[in-house]
Design a protein around this ligand. Structure first.
Ligand SMILES: C[S@@+](CC[C@H](N)C(=O)[O-])C[C@H]1O[C@@H](n2cnc3c(N)ncnc32)[C@H](O)[C@@H]1O
Length: 279
């Protein structure tokens, strides 16, 4: 079923996401499997790889309940989300941003529009919560932020509706219950292991992604690979991660380092892409 107002625009994430992979897709392209049936993305975020691959069957999960609610509302009620976003667009100002940030409405649809509004206007599209679980990112320095892009939202909605896509709030271990054969492709994009003490790449949600989580994730990678599942994982290029995945194929990726409060440290940084075998 396609929306009558749907224009064909290239698919890309409708959210700005710290650590989003949109710009790395050309470097990932040679490593995507040639064939698979079901695609799993357990650290969904902005879902750059999902929107690029547009698989027919997919299971998309993330631990962030507000993010998952937003995907569900964009999928099922995109016109209502667009209407509310237009209202936010008209009222946007610094005061309005902080008013919206401090108040979490109850209806799912209002929460989804608030999530997109804050995502498009906050500093660098970061998602960070304080110890009470409240979003606490300051407003970004944008002169004229694009708060509502109806075509992009409608395309994302149609992609999610026209395919067999399951969207759920879940932790990454959940993938083990479902992915079990070479027909399955799992792409893991966890919060990166910090390369320095000042790196804040783990601050995506109230649940800090610890060294133990990285080790547990590697064990899941091993189990899936043992089942013949096609597995791919992104992470930082550092000794701990290189050791963890030394039994697999490791490819170096050059990524723009965009989230850094210190402007002097912008530039490219080496990351890695691990693959379970010749995909
Ligand atoms: C690097 S981002 C993913 C970016 C995404 N690939 C993209 O292109 O936008 C990491 C994501 O992992 C999620 N996350 C953190 N801990 C998690 C956990 N234990 N289980 C599942 N998701 C988790 C965060 O909410 C965040 O959305």
């Amino acid at each position: 079923m396609s929306s009558p107002a749907l224009k064909q625009v290239p698919l890309r994430p409708f959210l700005k996401w710290a650590g989003g992979k949109n710009r790395l897709i050309p470097q990932y392209q040679p490593y995507f499997p040639k064939s698979f049936n079901t695609y799993y993305e357990p650290f969904l975020g902005g879902g750059a790889v999902f929107f690029h691959l547009q698989p027919q069957d997919a299971v998309l999960t993330d631990i962030n309940p507000e993010l998952i609610n937003t995907y569900c509302c964009v999928k099922e009620q995109v016109e209502e989300v667009i209407d509310i976003l237009h209202k936010h667009q008209r009222q946007h100002s610094q005061d309005y941003y902080y008013k919206m940030r401090s108040h979490i409405p109850s209806p799912d649809i209002e929460r989804a529009a608030r999530f997109i509004y804050l995502n498009r206007t906050c500093f660098n599209g970061l998602y960070r919560e304080n110890s009470k679980g409240k979003f606490n990112v300051p407003i970004g320095k944008y002169k004229n932020p694009q708060i509502c892009n109806p075509e992009l939202l409608r395309s994302a909605s149609a992609t999610l509706r026209m395919r067999n896509v399951k969207i759920e709030k879940n932790s990454f271990e959940y993938v083990l219950e479902f992915a079990n054969s070479s027909d399955d492709f799992v792409y893991f994009d966890p919060p990166y292991y910090p390369v320095s003490s000042t790196s804040d790449f783990t601050a995506y949600s109230r649940d800090f992604f610890s060294k133990n989580d990285q080790t547990e994730l590697k064990e899941i990678f091993v189990k899936l690979a043992g089942r013949g599942v096609k597995v791919m994982l992104s992470n930082s290029d550092c000794d701990f991660i290189l050791d963890l995945y030394s039994q697999f194929k490791i490819h170096k990726i050059s990524a723009p380092r965009s989230i850094n409060s210190n402007g002097k440290k912008r530039g490219n940084v080496s990351e890695i892409l691990v693959t379970s075998r010749d995909l």
